[in-house]
Ligand binder design. Structure first.
Ligand SMILES: NC(=O)C1=CN([C@@H]2O[C@H](COP(=O)(O)OP(=O)(O)OC[C@H]3O[C@@H](n4cnc5c(N)ncnc54)[C@H](O)[C@@H]3O)[C@@H](O)[C@H]2O)C=CC1
Ligand SMILES: O=P(O)(O)OC[C@H]1O[C@](O)(CO)[C@@H](O)[C@@H]1O
Length: 394
């Protein structure tokens, strides 16, 4: 029997180091779509790549991922053919790129209908964003012109949302553009009720009918703690996450912020408090993985996205307020994001410009959507305290 085909958008860290690896290992013929030519050429020339395990568990082990190829995602003819043949499509391109790939996906869906394919297709956006697959569906639908294509999409194409958790930092090995380094831990949780057709059976993928709880657990704990580490670390002049967490003042704030979000998550989703504390401690251990050198500028990238409603900082802060719980360390994290100043990060420039034009109080209200006086004042107060820490060279 010929292998089933999987198409994965984004041959980057998560694409090669996590989702693509699980799909190929599950036996799919895996095609990566990306805009970077040298990645696609290397995939086609080698047909395989290596994943280096950077961890205490499985230390030094290397996994070889075979049976892979690539296409340039703007080559619409090749994309239409692959989308017509695929039984699963995944993405790890970054939340802002979903809108960009939507047009090409829509064209592929139209081609698939025209070719008379009536087997189900599931499209899973594996991004750090709540409801990423639903967003992609909305964007794809906007590009479908014919009613028949829209009906086809609703009938045969599922868009299950998911939570993805694996730290895959920038990595180089022997100038090989395909080599990728990963922590050993991973978790991919997919929304079962949204799957079209047969239940997906991919080793390493877990199915759930309560995805929101898992997405929030990960985003409001791991990504929340990580972002606070990055912003405070940057302010104090540390380059990597593990260096930043070596500072007891930073570690304390990060830990307490995760406890604040944890208390809210336990109330909201009835998580067992003891289990949740273990979850936090495990994450803190993952942050301190000595084999991973993760730049604070990668973890803190795009600060505006990270301080919007529902994301990793304002999301747990609002959840804590909903239950009348404390949030002062989360507020410090938000304040630190407003002080993040990296000339290579467009959103950091925009955020700083807003603070300079409107003042911190108005900037916080506008970007975070928070309006309540008490919480805004808490962030403004923390901003004032943290401002003194700002690196002299900024
Ligand atoms: N790296 C990590 O540890 C984790 C990342 N994530 C999420 O996974 C997503 C991807 O992150 P990374 O892999 O780290 O980023 P990355 O930058 O390593 O990979 C993104 C890839 O998408 C490609 N791309 C950009 N525009 C494209 C387009 N129009 N068509 C096709 N490909 C395109 C880029 O060329 C790049 O190869 C993000 O949403 C991130 O938040 C989630 C969990 C862990
Ligand atoms: O990819 P984003 O959303 O910019 O955020 C970076 C975060 O994502 C991860 O890469 C994976 O969840 C974390 O390492 C980090 O907290």
């Amino acid at each position: 029997m010929p292998k089933q085909k999987a198409l994965h958008f984004g041959a980057g860290n998560i694409g090669r180091g996590f989702i693509g690896a699980l799909l190929a290992t599950a036996g799919y013929e895996l095609v990566f779509a990306d805009v970077v030519e040298n990645l696609i050429n290397a995939l086609n020339e080698n047909g395989e790549y290596e994943i280096y395990i950077l961890d205490l568990e499985r230390k030094g082990e290397v996994d070889t991922i075979k049976g892979v190829s690539g296409i340039i995602s703007t080559n619409q003819e090749a994309m239409n053919k692959t989308i017509t043949e695929a039984s699963i499509i995944t993405t790890a391109v970054g939340p802002n790129v979903l809108r960009i790939i939507a047009r090409g996906v829509a064209s592929g869906i139209s081609a698939r209908r025209a070719a008379g394919v009536t087997s189900e297709l599931n499209i899973i956006a594996c991004e750090n964003l709540t409801g990423a697959s639903s967003l992609l569906k909305e964007e794809v639908t906007k590009h479908l012109k014919e009613d028949a294509d829209k009906e086809y999409l609703d009938k045969y194409v599922g868009f299950p949302n998911c939570a993805v958790d694996r730290i895959v930092p920038p990595f180089t090995k022997d100038n090989n553009p395909l080599a990728v380094g990963v922590e050993n831990f991973y978790e991919w949780i997919v929304e079962e009720p949204a799957i079209k057709g047969e239940k997906l059976d991919i080793p390493g993928m877990k199915l759930t009918d309560n995805l929101t709880a898992f997405v929030q657990r990960k985003l409001f704990t791991l990504n929340c703690g990580h972002a606070i580490t990055a912003y405070l670390g940057f302010l104090k002049g540390f380059r990597t996450v593990d260096e930043a967490l070596g500072d007891p003042w930073i570690e304390d704030i990060v830990h307490k912020a995760m406890l604040e979000s944890g208390a809210a998550l336990c109330k909201k989703h009835s998580f067992n408090e003891e289990e949740h504390e273990k979850y936090i401690n495990k994450i803190q251990k993952r942050f301190r993985n000595p084999y991973i050198k993760d730049d604070v500028v990668r973890v803190g990238r795009e600060p505006i996205r990270k301080v919007t409603q529902g994301d990793r900082l304002v999301g747990p802060l609002n959840m804590a307020r909903e239950f009348g719980l404390g949030y002062s360390n989360l507020a410090k994290g938000i304040a630190a994001a407003f002080l993040y100043e990296n000339k290579d990060d467009k959103q950091s420039g925009e955020l700083r410009a807003k603070v300079e034009q409107k003042g911190i109080r108005e900037a916080v209200k506008e970007v975070t959507g928070l309006q309540d006086g008490e919480v805004v004042e808490e962030i403004v107060k923390s901003y004032g305290e943290l401002e003194g820490l700002k690196r002299p060279n900024l």
